[in-house]
Design a protein around this ligand. Structure first.
Ligand SMILES: [Zn+2]
Length: 344
């Protein structure tokens, strides 16, 4: 009994000592904290510097067995004066722009398709051929995505405007993708690379001809400029989709894998928030505006019906989404970000 009492007394004493030690330790910590607070009054409130960089401009999407990587070339803004349509429609756009000055914002994007057998680039951004520093970032984003230009087997170009092919060639005439064959519709190649047609073209269209010729030249010289004129097979599981109008040989590339489809549609749409609601609106760069509008009228219902994934260079980055019928036009459902590779 006595020993129990003793033990309880010892234990109580120990507890008191521990509490006392803890109290002293707490007081010391508190004093130290106060000392720091007094010595450097704003240490805890110092503003962290802003970070002006961005995540690398690439985004991957699985389509069946295909790995598709969108590569950001840079931001772009469509100009109201580029749009052609009825006065009522244009007036409506002007009015909407007053409410929403960001309505014509766009992008320039190229796309990589890794089929498991071949690495294919579809459109190549502007490189240094479009002026300004806003575009031309595709090459850097290409490397960030884990690939090297030497690995590209094929380049499929939708048309020969410099914002889609500038990334192929440096200003001093070197091929950026030295091992790639470049494919383009014959009608497109014949048009932009013709000195006779260029000579007759209006002055403000001349730069398009000059850049197309300079960019194509090293690939032609190396025997790597290839044209197609029908529905020949270039890649297994890929179909050519003629989309004439914007340019004479404007062509889409539609890949299928395991029942999933993705269409790389080039310049079918320039200003998504205007032209999807008004597919009849054309742009000043359309060589044949009537054909461009007719192509949209034919194409868009099928894409909406079939739920085809669209890869659009001028849609908001990553330029990947699907169409849904909405009123007399369409709405754009962008792909939703996910890091789950198996859940697309
Ligand atoms: Zn374009």
């Amino acid at each position: 009994m006595k020993s129990i009492h003793k033990a309880v007394e010892v234990s109580a004493q120990t507890t008191r000592n521990v509490l006392k030690r803890n109290a002293m330790r707490f007081a010391a910590v508190l004093l130290a904290a106060l000392a720091i607070f007094v010595a450097v009054p704003n240490a805890a409130l110092a503003a962290p510097p802003q970070h002006h960089d961005q995540v690398p401009g690439f985004y991957r999407l699985k389509v069946g067995d295909l790995e598709v990587t969108a590569l950001f070339d840079g931001p772009a803004v469509a100009d109201l004066h580029w749009l052609n349509g009825t006065k009522a429609t244009i007036d409506g756009v002007v009015e909407a722009l007053r409410e929403d000055p960001h309505m014509l914002e766009a992008a320039d994007t190229g796309f990589l398709v890794n089929t498991g057998k071949q690495l294919i680039l579809v459109d190549a951004g502007a490189g240094t051929w479009y002026g300004g520093a806003a575009l031309g970032h595709l090459a850097g984003n290409f490397r960030s995505a884990g690939y090297t230009p030497e690995e590209v087997d094929l380049v499929l170009v939708t048309h020969l405007h410099s914002d889609h092919i500038g990334g192929l060639t440096t200003q001093d005439g070197k091929r950026v993708f030295p091992n790639a064959d470049v494919y383009v519709a014959k009608a497109e190649s014949d048009f932009w690379l013709s000195p006779e047609i260029a000579a007759k073209a209006p002055k403000d269209a001349q730069p398009f001809f000059q850049s197309a010729q300079a960019i194509a030249a090293p690939y032609i010289k190396a025997g790597k400029w290839r044209t197609f004129s029908g529905s020949e097979t270039i890649v297994d599981g890929m179909q050519l989709v003629p989309l004439h109008g914007h340019t004479p040989g404007h062509t889409g590339y539609e890949f299928s894998s395991k029942g999933h489809k993705i269409l790389f549609w080039g310049d079918t749409i320039h200003a998504q928030r205007v032209q999807l609601q008004h597919p009849e609106l054309t742009v000043v760069f359309d060589i044949d505006p009537t054909a461009a509008a007719a192509t949209r009228n034919q194409l868009l219902p099928r894409l909406a019906r079939e739920g085809v994934v669209i890869a659009g260079p001028h849609m908001s980055f990553p330029g990947l989404g699907r169409l849904h019928k909405e009123g007399s036009g369409y709405s754009w459902a962008p792909v939703v970000f996910t890091d789950r590779w198996d859940e697309r």
